[in-house]
Design a protein. Sequence first.
Length: 70
Amino acid sequence: MTSQQIEQQIQPKAISSLEPLTPEQVQKTIDMLDEWMTDESGYDEETWPALKAALDKERDIVSAERLFNE
């Protein structure tokens, strides 16, 4: 195996570029965000403390700075 072949194997694969959203996709995204903003079920308030703790715990494991310093 040549050094060039080895180099090709260890180089990360190129990330494909993102395609721009169509107007329909943009509108669907806006509609979804509007729906989330008007949601009054209480689900986010109920689940946020557990999600926040899990995110900070994972960051502690990899010695990364915490996301939420409150």
